[in-house]
Design a protein around this ligand. Structure first.
Ligand SMILES: Cc1ncc(COP(=O)(O)O)c(C=O)c1O
Length: 480
């Protein structure tokens, strides 16, 4: 596609962008129950204005833009306070949970390189509920991943299984507060004791929960300590762009001490240009996300977030009770924050997701893994409060509709045609054959997803991953 010869005036451009947006889920109506963290219109206005004020300021160099560093220091200070850090706790602002996690994994790896130089194949211990971004970080940074089962009823990390998996090569273990899939808080005090005993770096993934748990715990929701109050915790990631409601691109990574954070930093003076000194992965970066974080934290303040926490917890209790009352559905584990997921032993949850979509809702399918069956996930937003009863009512209708739909036919066909195939054997031709069988055009997004999710759900993990990579590689095609 050539660059347009002549420029257009802003009005025409914005109208086109508005038209592009019509392709998306209309999330502002409050019926999209994943990916968005919606505090309502006024707060959205606050983050937009703050973001655009700092959109073009470059957070790369504090000597030129000291205000970006000033805001960063304030939002890190607030995070350290919320997570009960003492005066030694330090941190960095990053673009999101994944970047915060990459930073923490790098720091643990590099500290091990310094303190345990005999470790040549560093290992990271992950309960099977730990977010995928730890595996991505390990993949990028050359660590071996050791996945440890969780309790099949509660979906909580099991400290004894983690203890048994520690080897002389273990450089990091992870606890989640909360885990994305089930919305539960791992037993961080027990994991902290294990970390102290063994000297293994314990990272608490508070990307999703670190912020909101603070307010829920103060309101008496039973939540174990999950932050720097636990002595063995070395680092915590916490996203402002989730339930603190900042603009996307906002997370923090905190360390118990400067000594630990040092291993996250990177400097390069080994070239002809300006000396690069980066605390995090990004280099040039908009100061918009840090400004939006600063603004939203000051907009709501402690009182505002307490009120939001009260509201979303009441919604969560209502939804969990309502979903459990639907005979075909059961909530997984005991959610401790405003996220939950539910499974079914009688109907295909993937059909339920499609049926919900037909009725204007987005609920997020999650594939089976380890002790967790395939399920549907809900992220519960304050702005969706008015929809709680309707969501439950439509879930009942969707379950009834899903019961009438055939399941497993495509899965059986694909398993028969490609049985025994390993991920390495999925060539582009084989992949095209599978797409053809599924009636999917690789360059378009399918409408109903149930059959495809059923196929993925039935396949071994390496094959699932390979197919998804092939699919993504097809899907993103430059406009010609
Ligand atoms: C528990 C947890 N950790 C890490 C992440 C990764 O965060 P991001 O998508 O901002 O990179 C997520 C995302 O949902 C999460 O839920």
């Amino acid at each position: 596609m050539p660059l347009p010869k002549q420029g257009k005036d802003p009005e025409a451009l914005f109208a086109t962008l508005e038209a592009f947006r019509e392709q998306d889920m209309p999330w502002r109506d409050g019926r999209t129950w994943a990916y968005v963290y919606d505090p309502g219109e006024e707060a959205e206005g606050v983050i937009k204005q703050a973001f655009s004020m700092y959109l073009t300021e470059n957070g790369l160099d504090p000597t030129v833009f000291p205000s970006a560093m000033h805001m960063e220091n304030e939002v890190i200070g607030i995070a350290a306070d919320l997570l009960h850090g003492d005066e030694n706790v330090v941190g960095s602002f990053t673009s999101g949970g994944t970047e915060s996690i990459i930073c923490a994994v790098k720091a643990a790896r590099d500290r091990a390189r310094q303190e345990k130089p005999h470790v040549t194949r560093p290992e990271i211990l992950l309960p099977e509920t730990a977010h995928a971004s730890f595996q991505k970080a390990a993949h990028y940074l050359g660590l071996e991943v050791v996945v440890v089962p969780v309790d099949p009823e509660t979906f909580l990390a099991d400290p004894e299984l983690l203890r048994a998996a520690i080897t002389p090569n273990t450089v990091m273990m992870v606890g989640s507060a909360i885990s994305y899939a089930h919305g539960v808080v791992d037993p961080i005090p027990e994991l902290g004791a294990l970390a102290e005993e063994t000297g293994v770096w314990l990272h608490v993934d508070g990307c999703m929960g670190g912020f909101m748990l603070h307010f829920l715990q103060r309101q008496g929701v039973p939540i174990p300590d999950y932050d720097f109050r636990v002595p063995g915790v070395s680092s915590i990631s916490m996203d402002y762009h989730k339930y603190a409601f900042a603009a996307k691109g906002a997370s923090v990574i905190l360390y118990r001490s400067r000594d630990l954070r040092r291993h996250q930093m990177y400097a390069c003076s080994n070239w002809t240009g300006y000396t690069v000194i980066n605390p995090t992965v990004q280099s040039t970066k908009s100061a918009g996300p840090v400004a939006s974080s600063w603004a939203i934290l000051h907009h709501f303040g402690d009182d505002g977030y307490m009120a939001i926490a009260r509201k979303v917890w009441a919604m969560t209790e209502k939804l969990v009770t309502g979903i459990d009352a639907i005979p075909d559905l059961r909530v997984l584990g005991k959610p401790q924050m405003n996220m939950c997921s539910f499974a079914s032993d009688t109907v295909s949850v993937f059909h339920v997701a499609d049926e919900m979509k037909e009725r204007g809702w987005f609920v997020q399918p999650q594939l089976a893994y380890g002790s967790s069956p395939e399920n549907l996930h809900l992220s519960i937003n304050p702005a969706s409060e008015r929809w709680a009863d309707d969501l439950i009512a439509d879930l009942r209708v969707a379950v009834d509709a899903a019961r009438e739909l055939p399941s497993g036919e495509l899965t059986a066909k694909i398993q028969e045609a490609f049985s025994g195939l390993s991920a390495d054997e999925v060539t582009p031709d084989v992949f095209q054959g599978m797409l053809g069988m599924a009636g999917v055009d690789g360059t378009a997004l399918p409408g109903r997803m149930a059959e495809i999710n059923e196929v993925l759900n039935a396949l071994p993990v390496p094959l699932r991953e390979k197919l998804l990579v092939e699919y993504l590689n097809e899907l993103y095609q430059p406009a010609r």
